[in-house]
Design a protein around this ligand. Structure first.
Ligand SMILES: C[S@@+](CC[C@H](N)C(=O)[O-])C[C@H]1O[C@@H](n2cnc3c(N)ncnc32)[C@H](O)[C@@H]1O
Ligand SMILES: [Zn+2]
Length: 376
């Protein structure tokens, strides 16, 4: 993940454009950005993030003891230290940026020189003659996938993880909800229509409406217009590089309260393969109603706002396409009329979609069609 200093660029509402980040996201520039200590300070100071890893690793002491761990993108080495502290036999801390040159000192300062081995390299270039029991990595970017560091983690998983090995985290989920964003909307849209220093600059209004990047902002939970829905659930033990090239989703939401839909709010969660006393997976969540993380939420601002009343249904086709040379995605969003075809199953709550869902629950055999069931 990256800090505030770096933007989530390359996305657009409604049409494709050239990704403005594509030409400035070479690996060299990417790793240089991680030489900035402020970025690492920001990540370490994000208690929600860092404690989620710490708690997951400390609660999984039994899994780490005596095991060989790889920390992919070790940065300041904090996750490697957590792993060493719970009794890992060996931790291979792989870091591509120049920060790796400091890591042996960090390891020594904490007395783990017999446990943590630092490799200054891209994980893709690492050669190992042993297999890994557990892979730990904090690879998440804005809206989860920005930066595409997950590609490196998948590459390492395929090459080094034992067949019965574990991934920390083991899965990641992307959620969304339609939202209002009054402040942002005012800045993005109303600004150009108001006189500036007594002059009319409103001819910029139409072009300024087309946002070429999503906004990284904290969205108040009462700005969500609908219950959140899970768009994608990525199983990190299984997901392939191909599956990350493009992601498509058609979705409809029931509006819960009257309001202007001005954007879609996107956030993510991750789950670790360790459970609390109630048997619930340890998670890291960046949901709007939970304490803020440095990822905040990602908002795709719409070119036009639409007024909805509670009970209305809205929907969209969302398409994420990895840019050819960069680490970002092009995001295409097309708003849909409630009458467009809904996916099956659909959580919009309409009578038709609820009937379909009920039918699917009671008739799990996919060869039975709702269309030829006379009771429906
Ligand atoms: C989000 S930071 C996490 C740093 C640290 N693990 C933490 O949790 O504070 C990701 C780190 O991974 C490194 N990185 C990204 N891709 C890498 C790759 N392919 N090989 C090695 N290091 C990589 C970056 O340079 C950066 O330091
Ligand atoms: Zn529906």
């Amino acid at each position: 993940m990256s800090g505030d200093s770096r933007s989530a660029a390359g996305e657009r509402v409604g049409e494709n454009i050239e990704d403005p980040m594509a030409t400035c996201t070479s690996d060299m520039e990417y790793f240089e950005s991680y030489q900035d200590f402020d970025t690492h300070r920001l990540m370490l100071a994000d208690k929600v993030r860092t404690n989620a890893y710490k708690d997951a690793i400390y609660n999984a002491k039994h899994l780490f003891e005596g095991k060989v761990i790889m920390d992919i993108g070790a940065g300041t080495g904090i996750l490697s230290l957590f792993c060493a502290n719970v009794g890992a036999k060996k931790v291979i801390a792989v870091e591509a940026s120049e920060l790796a040159r400091f890591l042996p000192k960090v390891v020594e300062a904490n007395g783990f020189q017999n446990v943590i081995e630092v490799i200054h390299s891209k994980v893709e270039d690492v050669k190992l003659d042993l297999k890994i029991d557990i892979m730990v990595s904090e690879w998440m970017g804005f809206y989860l996938l920005h930066e595409s560091m997950l590609d490196s983690v998948i590459y390492a998983r395929n090459k080094f993880l034992k067949p019965d090995g574990l991934m920390f985290p083991k899965s990641a989920q992307i959620f969304a909800s339609p939202c209002k964003i009054p402040e942002l909307w005012k800045n993005c849209h109303d600004f150009w229509n108001e006189k500036q220093y007594g002059f009319d600059l409103s001819c910029f209004s139409d072009v300024a409406k087309i946002k070429n990047k999503p906004e990284i902002v904290s969205v108040a939970s009462d700005c969500l217009l609908s219950d959140a829905q899970l768009l994608w659930d990525l199983d990190l033990m299984k997901i392939s590089l191909d599956e990350l090239k493009s992601l498509n989703d058609r979705r409809f939401f029931a509006i819960e309260e009257d309001g202007d839909m001005q954007g879609i709010c996107i956030w993510f969660t991750c789950a670790f393969p360790v459970q609390d006393e109630e048997g619930v997976d340890a998670t890291l969540s960046t949901a709007p109603w939970l304490p803020e993380t440095h990822w905040k939420q990602t908002v795709v601002v719409l070119p036009e706002q639409t007024s909805f009343e509670a009970g209305d249904i809205t929907g969209w086709d969302l398409h994420l396409e990895k840019s050819d040379h960069g680490r970002s995605y092009k995001i295409q969003l097309e708003c849909l009329d409630a009458n467009e075809e809904h996916p099956v199953p659909c959580l919009c709550g309409s009578v038709k979609c609820e009937l379909v869902r009920h039918f699917m629950k009671t008739h799990p055999d996919p060869s039975e069609s709702i269309m030829n069931n006379t009771n429906v």
